[in-house]
Design a protein around this ligand. Structure first.
Ligand code: NAD
Length: 361
């Protein structure tokens, strides 16, 4: 949306110190410099204030460290900042961690989302239900379960069939966001997107993990036979889609967001290896493909996800712009240029988690 054609918003971005959230905060501050942008983030292991460092001096920007489950905090923050829009990213987001310990996923993803919805509803009621308010709930394609090779991609009407504690908790929060529209008319919108990649991505996730391990000359753990298929969405494309949904989406609606880029995990790792060979001058081991190591599969590992993004394309005119080859190149270039961002994240706690996951690999 062109900034000059709209009146400013006062947006609360939860989870804005995380991967997609921080990309979205950058997107919003650049697109709409007249808007008030308040980030609420608990700074869990996945949150990193350094991802927002260049915005801290903006008068329009405020960072609040806090939990979305803290009702007293939210009840103070919403009127204090006169918030009219919430973009809700805050979540426990890693499937592997949800298998190791689901409790935090239930607490943040379900109870936290409920707390935020209810607090926003009260705030909206007190302000006489402004029609322009929006609550965007950012969710995942994993709520739809797993596809076989020949199945059609997920649409907005695909039945929910979550297979991990993570996806079950996201499914539950989607239902709450939907119910708040149908029961209370709260102007909620839900988006279900495929796997994102790009800058500011925590090292535990597939693409940054592979890039960093290649730089360090460490093995590249690939689950099972590497034949799992994911649809890869460049995070900049995703942020643009969410912008369009906030401005033009119909309250109560769900929009699937995908990259039209289905790739087998092993092929993605090959692409990353080849790009790293090309772009990184001093690799300890080259060709990087030599580092690939197959490891025991994740329990309940979904075979294939694929998104049918026809609805957002036809109704709101959004289409992804980035190819996997182009997006991976941009991502690798970013990681090569920003070791100061990712090196501190390889903490002792992260190493402990890594050992637990990949057991010596
Ligand atoms: N990354 C993906 O590929 C992907 C795909 C589909 C959907 N999603 C969804 O998008 C959203 C953002 O994902 P991401 O990859 O950026 O996640 P992330 O793990 O990188 O970031 C999550 C952020 O939320 C914060 N947070 C966690 N618990 C909190 C709490 N209780 N209160 C306040 N803040 C809290 C963390 O500190 C962190 O900054 C999530 O809701 C996730 O389910 C992500």
């Amino acid at each position: 949306m062109v900034a000059s054609q709209r009146s400013p918003r006062r947006i609360l971005i939860t989870g804005g110190a995380g991967f997609i959230g921080s990309n979205f905060v950058h997107h919003w501050c650049k697109q709409y410099p007249g808007d008030r942008v308040v980030v609420l983030d608990a700074l869990t292991y996945a949150g990193n204030q350094a991802s927002l460092a260049d915005l801290e001096d903006l008068e329009t920007f405020r960072f609040v460290q806090g939990d979305i489950g803290d009702r007293a905090l939210i009840d103070t923050l919403l009127p204090e900042e006169n918030i009219d829009t919430i973009a809700h990213f805050a979540a426990e987001s890693h499937v592997d961690r949800s298998i190791l310990g689901p409790d935090a996923f239930i607490q943040t993803n379900i109870v936290g989302t409920f707390t935020l919805l209810e607090a926003f509803r009260q705030h909206w009621l007190k302000r006489d239900k402004p029609g322009r308010d929006r609550f965007l709930h950012v969710s995942t394609d994993e709520v739809y379960g797993s596809l076989n090779a020949d199945d059609p991609p997920f649409t907005e009407t695909t039945p929910y069939a979550p297979n991990s504690p993570y996806s079950a908790s996201k499914a539950s929060s989607d239902h709450l966001a939907r119910a708040y529209f149908h029961t209370y008319d709260l102007p909620t919108l839900i988006t279900n997107c495929s796997n994102n990649y790009g800058p500011y991505h925590f090292p535990e996730k597939l693409i940054p993990l592979m890039c960093i391990n290649i730089l360090l000359g460490k093995p590249l753990p690939v689950y099972g036979d590497g034949q799992n298929i994911r649809d890869w969405l460049y995070v900049g494309d995703h942020c643009q889609a969410l912008d369009v949904v906030i401005h033009q989406g119909l309250p109560g609606q769900t929009y699937n967001i995908g990259g039209n880029n289905e790739v087998k995990n092993i092929d993605l790792v090959y692409m990353l290896c080849d790009l790293m060979d090309e772009l990184a001058p001093d690799l300890p081991i080259r060709p990087a493909r030599e580092l690939i190591t197959f490891v025991k599969d994740r329990p309940g590992h979904d075979r294939r996800y694929a998104i049918d993004a026809t609805k957002i394309s036809t109704e709101l005119g959004w289409n992804p712009q980035e190819t996997v080859a182009g997006g991976l190149r941009r991502t690798i270039e970013w990681y090569l240029a920003h070791p100061d961002w990712w090196q501190p994240l390889l903490s002792e706690e992260y190493q402990k988690y890594y050992q637990q996951m990949y057991q010596g690999v």
